[in-house]
Ligand binder design. Structure first.
Ligand SMILES: Nc1ncnc2c1ncn2[C@@H]1O[C@H](COP(=O)(O)OP(=O)(O)O)[C@@H](O)[C@H]1O
Ligand SMILES: [Mg+2]
Length: 262
């Protein structure tokens, strides 16, 4: 469908900040007789970081999987770049995903490839780029962005956990995504590395003007990165606001997330 492609392509970086990029309304999703998402309503705008807090097993990852078209909603509307995701053809879905970046927990690099080869992979396989000078330039730029210039010839096993996470982020950023989906980006990292990754999420937002969803338990990460915070419980969002607004909430569950934060 040429129309969809044109539509997606017209929403490039020059698009206005504040334009709605992800719009979810009345989303329901269950597995068997288990209702997981009951009524999810979510809007993410260009240049905005939305943080989702919630206990484990609440359906935070399922929400993201509905947004990227990996899972089909039972009910409701899931729009990305103005298009209903479940209605996209396989080809249009693929096209849409080239505009999205993911940083999932435990996202692995290819161990047998150098850092540079890991970064080349999405450029040659997803974007189908052929011009080696262009490829090299993009890789150089993105390694600079994540603060690891000159690491191209290293093997993943030569890198620390935090550095591997950075390269994982670089591999996602190298295709210039308009949407970034971070699923527990700092889980399993030490506090210092966690802070570095949170800082990087903020830099990515500034530099790439991405619309981002950040699922996290890490309140420092939330505090640093969030424009909006959503608290998920029992299949829906029970609170929404800025970090500072939610910090003053009377709701017991919301309070429990903010307990350890000054
Ligand atoms: N593909 C699937 N098939 C069946 N159940 C699933 C599937 N994906 C997730 N679930 C269930 O949905 C619930 C929410 O999962 P998830 O979104 O991963 O939670 P979290 O909020 O921790 O990210 C869990 O009970 C999980 O077992
Ligand atoms: Mg999850």
């Amino acid at each position: 469908m040429e129309e969809v492609k044109d539509h997606i392509e017209s929403k490039t970086k020059s698009g206005k900040k504040g334009e709605v990029v992800i719009e979810v309304k009345g989303l329901k999703k269950g597995f068997g007789d288990k209702e997981v998402l009951k009524n999810i309503n979510l809007t993410v705008k260009r240049g905005e970081n939305v943080v989702v807090l919630g206990r484990s097993g609440q359906g935070k990852s399922v929400t993201i999987q509905c947004i990227v078209g990996m899972l089909t909603p039972d009910e409701g509307s899931v729009k990305v770049f103005g298009e209903e995701v479940p209605e996209l053809s396989d080809e249009d879905l693929k096209e849409m995903r080239t505009k999205m970046g993911f940083l999932f927990q435990g996202a692995a690099l290819f161990d047998s490839m150098t850092v540079k080869e890991n970064l080349e992979f999405p450029l040659t396989r997803v974007l189908k780029l052929k011009d080696q000078a262009d490829i090299d330039k993009r890789i150089e730029e993105v390694l600079e962005s994540v603060g690891l210039p000159d690491s191209g010839d290293k093997m993943p096993s030569d890198l620390s956990g935090g550095m591997r996470k950075r390269i994982g982020l670089a591999r996602t950023l190298v295709v210039n995504p308009e949407i970034m989906l971070y699923d527990e980006p700092t889980t399993g990292l030490d506090p210092i590395t966690s802070r570095e990754i949170s800082q990087l999420i903020l830099e990515v937002q500034k530099k790439y003007k991405t619309a981002s969803i950040i699922i996290t338990h890490d309140m420092e990460c939330a505090k640093l990165t969030a424009d909006q915070v959503l608290v998920m419980d029992d299949g829906e969002y029970i609170a929404e606001g800025t970090f500072e607004e939610l910090q003053k909430s009377d709701n017991e569950l919301v309070k429990s997330f903010f307990n350890d934060i000054k």
